[in-house]
Design a protein around this ligand. Sequence first.
Ligand SMILES: Cc1ncc(COP(=O)(O)O)c(C=O)c1O
Length: 436
Amino acid sequence: MNQPVDAFWMPFTPNRRFKAAPRLLVSARGVRYTAADGREVLDGISGLWCVGAGHGHPRIREAMKAQMDTLDFASNFQVGHPGAFALAERIADLAPEGLDRVFLVNSGSEACDTALKIALAYWQAVGQGQRNLFVGRERGFHGTGFGGISVGGMTLNRRAFGGAMLRSDHLRSTWDPANQAFVRGQPQTGAEFADELETRIVALHGANNIAAVVVEPVAGSTGLLIPPLGYLQRLREICDRHGLLLIFDEVITGFGRFGDMFASQALGVVPDMILFAKTVSNGAAPLGGVIVHRRIHDALMQGPEFLAELMHGYTCSGHPLACAAGLAMLETLEQEQLIARVRSLTPVLENAVHGLASLPGVVSVRNLGLAAGIELAVKDGQPGLRGAMAQAAAFDFGVLTRAPGDTLILAPPFVSEPEEIHQMVARLASAIESTF
Ligand SMILES: Cc1ncc(COP(=O)(O)O)c(C=O)c1O
């Protein structure tokens, strides 16, 4: 394929290196991509944690085509279209009790900035506008908006943009290599890492200055950091004690990946808002949103009735094509019982990836639901170098993975066959070996 590659400035990509040897994907079906040179590449990362139902799912394709034939675009500013309402109702039905108001956006980053704005507006509405400090967590990822990088804790994502942050502080991450390096499921130790919220952060800033605590129930983008048993429960208890809002970023955990519709349900902790994106549309259209507790929503339903209650939204919030994809995806999850399938595939992935622990240079293997992280020893004192090498090699061996830092992630589509998961892990093993 002779595609010029200069003009497109690629996101989150070492552009110069990529363009020297482009890796182009030209088509996809099920759990397989086809590369430009005709090679098959197994999709070990569900596109980018999106494609749970597999690529080119017929129900989603047909729904999007039908939508295109009927209504290609209608804004949701002062008019509306049925798809957005239907999707929001459906999501509200699936969400934990009490969270039943849904603001639609186009991405996880927009979902994060939207949730932070809702939190600030809520505190103003209830007469506590001084609460404007956000608490995030080291190694957290909440997208790339200014709100998201403020509460996020990935140093490289913040470094170049340092001056323009919201007021924030950060909890330590839950990662504890001495006790968690080779753990199946949730670590038994580390619940006490949550206590810092009370003993340091509330103590330092004062609860009545803090708007919200924002965490991923399971952190994905910094290499699958799994919450210790009891950790999220403790965060919830501390938030309740001090009246802080708790926001779960479920952009990768929402819609099935951890064996329940939301990680909130899988792990038994209900936040005040949930951010979602990715799997909600199976990646077929940009779609995200914030599920908001009714009490927060209702507190904002005030002021003159001819004025919008929240001055916020995007031209494509609740775009008809995205809503059609979302509704079809939710139907697919239900009809094909894909979340039960995630539960049955979890031990298959778990056993396969823990088999990699004996490879030279593997320093950690961790897994939860249909996701696993395999961490490799740092090469030549340069964190991320071995991960980047292994990720590139994996593509050449025929499996798509992601390597935040030196951790290779596997998060296969929910429709994968056990045999395909074994193939993904075997190809990953070859890639890892090739870097030593
Ligand atoms: C937890 C989390 N939040 C937010 C985002 C940002 O989503 P988007 O890239 O759709 O803006 C991501 C993306 O990977 C994510 O993993």
